[in-house]
Write a protein that binds this ligand. Structure first.
Ligand code: CDP
Ligand code: CDP
Length: 227
């Protein structure tokens, strides 16, 4: 039997991780796990319960009891807390601007990393986030670190927002992205960093298809090695 393959895709906000991870998973028939959605779900639950986001103990208890699940969906995977569909709610600016605070709590990370490893134990997986190649799946067979310039990433978010009828100025989006990059890269626990054995892929001037094709080549090569 061929060994299961783990594909870890990390990188800063709007580098294209979830878009390409989902497409790559579909192409190879792998399970896709969006770990950012899990941190977003806990942030939403904490705000709904009016928990102060810096109260680590309260947020950790919440993370331990919150049942997050995913269901396949097109164009986006559907995310649930229990039976509540939170797919759209977790993408709202209030969540985006607060999620890094929740993600910096060590005990919240311990809980979510355990859940992420349980999901990965089920077989072939594509998982995207910030610490997948370094912490969650350090033995992943394929590790990709996706980057793009902050300007290009802000432009991507801008276009995404316009399509949803949201018109936030480009320079504000770029400032928010840079602030989140800074918080994610400088936190004490599992900061955003390229694993030593990850392949760097700069997507600034690449289309989604080009990125998917490059990652697919790497996966196919690895599958051949494992078979
Ligand atoms: O899609 P976007 O890049 O905006 O963010 P995301 O992947 O949904 O992640 C939201 C936030 O969750 C990030 O800014 C990190 O603070 C946190 N996160 C993390 O700390 N570790 C992960 N493995 C994934 C996300
Ligand atoms: O998950 P992450 O925050 O890294 O990024 P994303 O949400 O997958 O992608 C952010 C936006 O960039 C989406 O609207 C994608 O369609 C777009 N994108 C792009 O224009 N070109 C790429 N090579 C990758 C993503």
């Amino acid at each position: 039997m061929t060994k299961a393959l783990q594909v870890a895709i990390d990188g800063p906000a709007s580098a294209g991780k979830s878009t390409v991870a989902k497409l790559v998973a579909k192409k190879f028939g792998y399970v896709y796990c969006d770990t950012g959605a899990m941190y977003r779900a806990i942030t939403l639950a904490a705000l709904q319960d009016k928990i102060i986001l810096t109260d680590s103990e309260a947020v950790t208890k919440l993370a331990q009891k919150t049942k997050i699940s995913f269901k396949p969906g097109d164009p986006v995977q559907q995310v649930f807390i229990g039976t509540q569909n939170i797919t759209d709610a977790i993408r709202q600016p209030d969540i985006t601007n607060n999620v890094s605070t929740v993600a910096a709590i060590a005990s919240v990370r311990t809980e979510l990393v355990n859940q992420q490893r349980q999901i990965a134990d089920k077989g072939n997986i594509v998982m995207d986030g910030r610490d997948i190649g370094t912490t969650v799946l350090p033995h992943a067979g394929v590790k990709i670190f996706l980057v793009a310039s902050a300007h290009e990433r802000a432009v991507r978010r801008y276009k995404e927002n316009i399509a949803k009828g949201i018109n936030t100025p480009l320079d504000q989006l770029q400032a928010e992205i840079e602030l989140r990059d800074k918080k994610d890269s400088t936190r004490a626990v599992s900061p955003l960093t390229q694993a030593a054995d990850a392949q760097l892929l700069d997507t600034t001037s690449l289309s989604i298809d080009e990125v998917v094709n490059k990652i697919s080549e790497i996966i196919t090569k690895k599958q051949d090695e494992l078979s």
